[in-house]
Design a protein. Structure first.
Length: 130
């Protein structure tokens, strides 16, 4: 992957993260908690992919994203362990929201998930220098 490809791929993923974050906010405001939870996760997922692309890393799975983020951003001190755990926690929440027939998300939980996604995207932007 060339430096130019890294930057282009990271920018595309970050733009996708911003779109997902806006969708999460809109769904939360409409009281659609499952959709908001899912879109908040995807905002974080795409922001994490942007970080990984910036380091020249391509990811092929959601779990791989969490693993590589830990190895290349947490262990190097560039990303806090707390924010990295956000990705894993939100992945489980997204799976519950999309597939769990007994899943329940309160307004307060959904608000926190969207706020966590916002924090992660802000931090990704800071790390990417944009």
């Amino acid at each position: 992957m060339t430096e130019e490809n890294r930057a282009a791929n990271a920018a595309e993923e970050l733009a996708r993260a911003e779109d997902c974050l806006e969708e999460a906010r809109t769904l939360r405001a409409a009281g659609l908690r499952f959709g908001a939870t899912s879109r908040a996760y995807y905002a974080v997922f795409h922001a994490a992919r942007a970080l990984l692309f910036s380091a020249g890393l391509e990811v092929v799975s959601h779990r791989g994203t969490v693993s590589l983020l830990g190895a290349h951003f947490v262990k190097t001190g560039r990303l806090s362990p707390e924010l990295a755990r956000t990705v894993a926690h939100m992945q489980r929440d997204r799976e519950d929201a999309d597939y769990g027939t007994a899943a329940v998300f309160t307004d307060a939980q959904t608000e926190k998930l969207v706020a966590d996604a916002e924090r992660f995207v802000v931090e990704a932007r800071r790390l990417l220098g944009v």
